[in-house]
Design a binder for this molecule. Structure first.
Ligand code: FPP
Length: 296
């Protein structure tokens, strides 16, 4: 029995080798793989799967939808290396992706979106020419965002938090323009963390508390978590429900340290410029399957 099976296996193997020799399989396979028809079938199936996922997360119980999503947009440079393009083109692709993600989040009617676009450590450690590229991108990006009809139709308030004095004047001016153009809105809040560090934010809050205590405005007994939360840059935001970090790194890198005490963390292997709508939905789907414990 087993000898017969071996013989049949050998015969199939030889037939496959013979077919490959005459390119009978390789040529049509290559044609199928490269054809626009296959591509269109595959992308259509992917689109259907994405829309199904969207329906599923939207039809879940209302309190299962995260109210506040925050994102660590990592992997612009690795994306550029992988694609064999310039580092700056990677950052530019990251900016374009951010505008897309903003659309997808708005479509889900998620009220708060917060993104980490530049840390205080980035300012200290990145080369001058890379920082200049990033600063130019923030200027263009902020101007594009606040000219976007989507922002105005959905009444999205745009705000930037962080140590602004560390940023060049052209960026500070763009921030002022974006904030002024959207200050009257309050349906959605889009927060961009620039020159931001979680520890620095806590230090600033503690300094504020110390000053209020010294001036007699705040007694020792009144210093509680609420006193700290209300002095953070993000005082007007609920804590994030879900933190998404792209590019495979599993750490929080000084992002919203106080605020993410009870957040759910989700790490995606995809580099930020390649992060798709489906990746976002998968993160939310995963979040909806978790049971939040809030430390209990
Ligand atoms: C981290 O990837 C990304 C940054 C330091 C910059 C992120 C900036 C944008 C996505 C543009 C944002 C635009 C606006 C308008 C706010 P990395 O450079 O550390 O890449 P790596 O992890 O591959 O080294």
């Amino acid at each position: 029995m087993s000898r017969a099976r071996h013989a049949a296996g050998r015969r199939i193997d030889n037939l496959a080798k013979w077919l490959l020799k005459f390119r009978i399989i390789a040529a049509p396979s290559r044609w199928i793989a490269n054809s626009s028809l296959t591509w269109s079938v595959v992308s259509r199936m992917d689109r259907i799967r994405t829309l199904r996922l969207r329906d599923r997360i939207k039809s879940a119980d209302e309190d299962l939808m995260p109210r506040h999503i925050s994102m660590i947009m990592d992997g612009n440079r690795r994306f550029a290396w992988n694609q064999n393009i310039e580092r700056d083109a990677g950052h530019a692709a990251g900016k374009e992706r951010l505008k897309e993600v903003m659309r997808w989040v708005l479509d889900l009617r998620i009220r708060y979106l917060t993104v980490y676009a530049l840390s205080t450590e980035n300012i200290e450690e990145r080369a001058g020419d890379e920082l200049d590229t990033l600063y130019d991108l923030y200027v263009t990006g902020l101007d594009e965002i606040c000219a976007d009809p989507l922002i105005h139709n959905n009444r999205v308030k745009v705000q930037v938090v962080g140590r602004r004095h560390l940023l060049p004047e052209r960026v500070r001016e763009a921030i002022t323009r974006a904030e002024a153009a959207t200050s009257q809105y309050d349906d959605f809040l889009f927060t961009i963390c620039l020159a931001y560090g979680g520890r620095e934010e806590i230090v600033d809050a503690v300094r504020n508390i110390a000053a209020d205590h010294a001036s007699g405005k705040l007694s020792l007994d009144s210093i509680d978590p609420e006193a700290i939360s209300s002095r953070l840059y993000t005082a007007d935001l609920p804590d994030p429900d879900l933190v998404i970090r792209t590019s495979g790194e599993e750490r929080v890198s000084n992002f919203l340290l106080w605020q993410i005490a009870y957040s759910e963390l989700y790490f995606s292997d995809v580099h930020w410029p390649s992060f798709t709508r489906k990746d976002l939905y998968e993160a939310i789907d995963d979040y909806q399957k978790r049971r939040r414990r809030y430390g209990s």
